[in-house]
Write a protein that binds this ligand. Sequence first.
Ligand code: FAD
Length: 471
Amino acid sequence: MTAPLSPELLARFAALVAPQDVLDEDAAAPRLVEPRGLYRGRGPVIQPRDTEQVAAIVRLAAETGTRIVPQGGNTGLVGGQTPDPSGAQIVLSTARLTRIREVDPDENVMVVEAGVTLAAAQEAAVQAERLFPLSLGSEGSCTIGGNIATNAGGVGVVAYGNMRDLVLGVEAVLPDGRIWNGLRRLRKDNTGYDLKQLFIGSEGTLGLVTAAVLKLFPAPRDLATAFVGLRSTNDALALFRLVRQRAGAALTGCELMPRIGIDFTLRHMLGTRDPLDAPHPWYLLIELSSPVEGGLAGRLEEILAEAMEAGLVSDAAIAASVEQTAAFWRIRMGMSEVQAREGGSIKHDVSVPLARVAEFITEATAAVAAFAPRARVVAFGHLGDGNIHFNVSQPVGADKAAYLKSWSAMNAVVHEVVHAFEGSIAAEHGVGRLKRDLLPGVKSQVELDLMRTIKRALDPQGLFNPGVILD
Ligand code: FAD
């Protein structure tokens, strides 16, 4: 269906929620464009207040063949939350599903609705003296439902895993309008297929996640953070291994940054300053944390001294205060944002086997230099997960629009190297619309058939997020 929704049909949808829960054109506008402006769409934005309202909307959509685009915080970077320009699709927003239904510190679980922001979920855990460890640059706006739908990663994966590892149960409205209450909180449950896993990473193509049971962890009582200057990515990898070996489970963050990324940050983010006296080609932000009080700063200092003796570390600063810790992290968390201030940036969210990260960065950088000699590679990210945001900023002074026209060709250059390293072209942000047509090149026919079989079984009318992941 490509004709815009008729006023009569829109009125039927609107009647299922309160009048203020269907956004007018002005209020809807920011929700119809994805964060980088790569996708723009049209259509009504409907914000149900509970699971029953979601189910009623989906039942009407199923009856009338209306397509649904699920949306959380609208921070996704692959266009999965943006409707197409036809006006025929409805955006089903979780903005009003914001209840924290339960926090149980004894069981180390909490039950939250899909529209709760990640920051609010973290805060609810803190109030109960617990930790919810997922942490992303977009945590103030992204939602638990979006985190589940994209199997979000972020800076804590090295210790706690992806969202997939943090979800015990899911409640979802299926494409036929039925509610599946899978809000189990069991750590062990082998009663057949683990259906919640289907929704984790499904990018809104199999139904709308309305709530989830999340795992909590003991709150950290000790924290040590270091900003380390290094000569090379090989040294960064060797240092990561050393810290993992010496600190074990206390290693809860290990982020790689290049000098150019630090330069961009110092140039564009007010109030930032270089934590080290002299510039270095590469940096690691290392975080140790533990629920047991005391001793981590000393341990980190010892490990860094050992690394320095081995010639791995050029210089390092250990945060002496909460403010300094925040300042270190601010540099890392701002690294995506500041690239926009340097003109066009072509993104690659890739992963390769950990042992080959350094080699990958070298080869991909050489491939980019051959393709676009003056383009500026900004390779940073979650070293401990083998996940690099291999972004390429436009040459200084180049025309942004002309540069961005080389997006697909640049992707092909970098993805060829990823392929040679047996990596993934969508490590964190998912496939969405942006990478959909690349999927047949990286998945076997058997895998694609299985994915289509699952989609057809759950959503035979193709109502949920058409054109996302699969065409
Ligand atoms: P949206 O953007 O609204 O939607 C994303 C996808 O999920 C869409 O396909 C949508 O249809 C679907 N969806 C949303 N809610 C639901 C639901 N309730 N049920 C079913 N489907 C749903 N991602 C990472 O993994 N790691 C990072 O480190 C990271 N850093 C980021 C930093 C910045 C500055 C920005 C802007 C983004 C970053 N992201 C990162 C990407 C993004 O924040 C995550 O993908 C996030 O999980 C999306 O959540 P959201 O609520 O904004 O979802």
